[in-house]
Design a protein around this ligand. Structure first.
Ligand code: HEM
Length: 505
């Protein structure tokens, strides 16, 4: 036993020494390459653990637990500059909040910044699809998936309206208090499942069909497991959790059943009206669109799961954040109502909604202040240079080495006073009459991996908002906590949801 412990400790010491030596080697190579290219490092977050930066790692957790992760990173950027570095687990992590550096990572040099090294562990759940891959595999997936999102914009108002009507059944009209967050979750779950699988989960109905519920339970469990695995990276083999793998199998089997149905339909073995209700010819369903491109079952299964993973709740988070803000700005609600006055729901087409300027400003402003995707992470896969942020005044370029992690902070990017005016913390939709941001406003990301569902998501959001404006004269905040309390999950959500009451108009 004594010998075993000694050997284990010796192996551990060797492992740690190796990591540390590798870090010194890398640091040396970095300073040589930096000097050669006229680069300088950005400022470094102070750390009490100069070897492994464990305190930096735990500080990140603490700020997440205390619901202040984004505010903390914003304060760091104010103190150390728009680009700064830290070394959690002895690994260089560069946080960028300036439009120029973000454009470099997402667009100009995007091939050198991958997601696969970071999101790879999600493949146990989702398979090798669009959101977890880089290079040719990602390019192929994106080329296959994008056209379906464009086609669906010949907007399927009627399909979405079915779910909105079900939502209305659940909204109290007697002035009692309701948290909109779980309702918006169900609205988007139902509409995204209908768009992706051709069959809605029906979670807004009085009883959710059994296999949908089993799928959702398994999905939620597996998603948490993915979060832990992404965090642990290479050490994820330490987590032994049979339920995680059972859940992954269940969701893959469920998705495969929809794939099989789509393939049968393609081969003409199924009655076309079966399984996709009425108006099947007009309605765009992702699984049917992708089945036109390939008959590869596992590829189809994994792409569908990837899209579901990316889109099943982000519009719900955006809607919740919008209503959170409107409940605290009743004057903005009144102004929005003016804009939709007299419109019937049939008139709320994609084009009409786009033309409602003030409502579009409100959506933009809410997504600026509380972006559902508040940050993104990439790993540098080939040495390159960021144009600014280095040196004492942040004006020099920064040399970035393969293996460095880059965190893109949209929350802080959206608070640039030089672009949005002197009051960037305020919710003021009127600023959009003047503001013309480009790379300074990226709620849907930017560049090569820009969200392919942006227009679809914006249609769902604007349609739901317009319908609620038509129905309710007033919205009232019923939450004693006035300020936004962030909850960092995969998205940045409101910890307190959006507790409101309505006055019928
Ligand atoms: C308000 C709602 C939404 C927001 C704020 C949003 C935001 C984003 C962002 C920021 C990215 C880029 C991620 C990155 O840079 O790695 C992204 C990618 C993506 N989104 Fe969305 N999204 C929304 C809705 C949706 C919906 C409804 C779907 C699907 C039904 C969807 C599917 C995807 C996919 C598949 C990608 C990956 C694209 C790629 O890697 O090439 N999104 N989204």
């Amino acid at each position: 036993m004594g010998l075993f412990v000694s050997l284990t400790l010796a192996a551990l010491a060797l492992f740690i020494t190796q990591i540390y030596l590798r870090r010194i080697q890398k640091r040396y190579a970095l300073s040589k390459a930096s000097a050669k290219h006229g680069c300088a490092p950005p400022k470094t977050l102070p750390s009490r653990d100069p070897f492994f930066g464990l305190d930096t790692f735990f500080a990140t957790f603490k700020s997440m637990k205390n619901h202040c992760r984004m505010r903390t990173t914003q304060a760091d950027a104010q103190k150390y500059g728009h680009t700064y570095q830290s070394f959690p687990f002895a690994r260089r992590t560069i946080t960028i909040t300036s439009a120029r550096n973000i454009q470099t990572v997402l667009s100009l040099e995007h091939e050198k910044f991958g997601v696969r090294p970071i999101r790879g562990p999600a493949q146990d759940m989702t398979g090798p699809g669009i959101i977890v891959n880089d290079g040719k595999v990602w390019e192929h997936a994106r080329a296959m998936i994008r056209p379906a999102f464009t086609r669906t914009l010949i907007a399927d108002r009627e399909t979405f309206d079915v779910h909105v009507e079900r939502l209305f059944e659940l909204l109290p009209t007697d002035g009692s208090v309701i948290d909109l967050q779980p309702l918006f979750d169900r609205l988007i779950l139902d509409s995204s499942s209908e768009f992706i699988f051709g069959e809605s989960f029906g979670s807004l109905l009085p009883s959710c069909p059994i296999d949908s519920q089993a799928f959702l339970d398994a999905f939620n469990y597996a998603q948490k497991g993915v979060g832990i695995r992404v965090l642990l990276g290479k050490a994820r083999f330490l987590v032994r959790d049979a339920k995680f793998f059972q859940s992954c199998k269940l969701i893959q089997d469920y998705t495969r059943r929809h794939v099989d149905r789509a393939l049968e339909r393609k081969e003409g073995r199924q009655d076309k009206s079966e399984g996709d209700n009425s108006s099947s010819e007009r309605k765009v369903v992702l699984v049917y669109e992708l089945a036109k491109e390939t008959s590869d079952r596992s590829m189809l299964t994994s792409q569908l799961l990837n899209v579901f993973f990316a889109g099943r709740d982000t519009p719900a988070v955006a809607l919740t954040n919008i209503f959170f803000l409107l409940a605290r700005h009743p004057d903005v609600w009144t102004k929005c109502r003016e804009e939709v006055r007299g419109l019937q729901k049939e008139a709320l087409t994609f084009e009409k909604l786009k033309s409602l300027r003030y409502i579009q400003h409100v959506i933009n402003e809410a997504m600026r202040v509380y972006p559902p995707v508040a940050s993104q992470t990439r790993e540098c896969t080939a040495d390159t240079i960021l144009p600014s942020g280095g040196g004492h005044d942040g004006s020099q370029p920064i040399y970035v080495q393969s293996g460095d992690v880059v965190v893109i902070n949209f929350w802080t990017l959206h608070r640039d006073a030089s672009v949005f005016g002197p009051d960037p913390e305020a919710f003021r939709p009127e600023r959009w009459a003047e503001a013309r941001p480009t790379w300074e406003f990226l709620p849907f990301g930017g560049g090569a991996r820009h969200c392919p569902a942006q227009q679809l998501a914006l249609f769902w959001i604007a349609y739901t908002l317009a319908r609620m404006l038509l129905k309710f004269e007033q919205i009232r905040n019923e939450d004693p906590v006035e300020e936004f309390v962030e909850q960092m999950k995969l998205n940045m959500e409101s910890w307190n949801g959006a507790k409101v009451s309505f006055v019928v108009g």
